[in-house]
Design a protein around this ligand. Sequence first.
Ligand SMILES: Cc1cc2nc3c(=O)[nH]c(=O)nc-3n(C[C@H](O)[C@H](O)[C@H](O)COP(=O)(O)OP(=O)(O)OC[C@H]3O[C@@H](n4cnc5c(N)ncnc54)[C@H](O)[C@@H]3O)c2cc1C
Length: 429
Amino acid sequence: MTDKLSIIIVGAGIAGLSAAVSCALAGHSVIVLEGATELAEIGAGFQITPNATKILQRWGLEGEMKKTWAMPSSCTVHRYADGKALWHEANFAKNIQRKYEAPFVDMHRVDMQKILYDKAVELGAEVRLDHKIKEVRMNDEHGLPELEQMDGTVLSGDLVVGADGLWSRCRESMLGSKDQPLPTGDLAYRIVLTLDQIQDEELKQFVSNPTLHFWIGPKAHAVGYSMKSGTMYNLVLLVPDDLPPEVSRRPASIDEMKQLFEGWDPILTRLLGCVTTVDKWKLMHRAELESWTNKEKNFVLIGDSCHPMLPYLAQGANSSIEDGCVLGRVLSYVTRREQLPRAVELFEKLRKSRGEKVARETFLQRHDFHMEDGPEQQARDKIFDSQQGKEEAEVKFPSRWNCPEVQSWLYGYDAYQEVVKAVKQHPLS
Ligand SMILES: Cc1cc2nc3c(=O)[nH]c(=O)nc-3n(C[C@H](O)[C@H](O)[C@H](O)COP(=O)(O)OP(=O)(O)OC[C@H]3O[C@@H](n4cnc5c(N)ncnc54)[C@H](O)[C@@H]3O)c2cc1C
């Protein structure tokens, strides 16, 4: 490389750290500015699907991940009321590995963030905590983007990457106006249980032998899986949003939570019986942007700043890993500064339509998981029934987690290959 780019990434979440790893691997100089004073996102689980594990493997992170991951052997979709299995894929883990040559695993989010952080630092990226950004703007004199920090100091680089999440300031800087996230109409109760909190032997076994479960009902569903090598359980309850518009998160009443799931599958309600504290989080999204880049092509958005989604396909962080990976891979072809605008254009071409397609698909999953009992739900359950006893679903399926059509484009994505193909078709110079 003749020209080494100086890249400044705003935010050390999964998107920012993935971009840091990938851009550093591409040989560029990377600084990450993170507003928080420590990297310890509120602990909860995170499902990592093959489209992302494939990337993490290529970065040599599988060994570290294995120390704490849990791999769900099976995947079951239950009817809410009696817990009946509408669908059971007994060899889920094996089927996924065979089809996508990469695993589907569940981890504690903080563990994954730490692994990415360590890798980024090992590769020479500098991560500055307690560095909150106020705005990003263009400096017309030298034609570079510059960032103003909260303390007034200004920094500039060849490329600024906005990876500052749902409440992104970078997004507002790019748009040049205030822009607030929008409610999706749902909220999440996020629960983490440790084995010590569970007295019941049967439930302990349930947690120690990792499997993936969905319970689906009218206007709500629950998802549960083990993490931390089967010593912790992550449970998320998705229900209609009743938080006031100005509140995005607050401690919740356990009684109220239990009432919402009264009469659901006993295994779920017994798990809820172990909960001692819980928060509810408003689930937000955003309108699609016209572009994820500025017109000079030296400022780009990734992750939740440009494609937040419902967590109903567990793709927010996975697609942020894809974003970070693709950005770095495209930039690995940049040997001269003049090639940067073409590279940024190519990044957007590769990522925007996919990120937005995934986000739209999460709303379709809500529709299929949250049906009221009635003719539409009965028609849905007939599709589930039609596949009972098969190794894998063979038709377009209401659970996209097992649907041959959606799963193949979602999990079959190979970020490295996509970049190689795109650069062949659209060389940078
Ligand atoms: C209930 C729930 C369950 C989920 N489960 C999954 C799952 O299983 N799998 C999955 O893939 N996704 C899941 N997601 C989605 C996932 O959490 C997000 O999509 C993902 O974390 C987005 O990553 P990000 O790096 O873009 O943003 P964030 O994780 O929000 O990171 C942004 C970072 O930027 C920093 N920052 C913000 N503003 C500034 C500033 N001005 N200056 C400097 N730094 C700043 C923040 O402190 C933060 O560290 C779930 C989401 C929810 C709500």
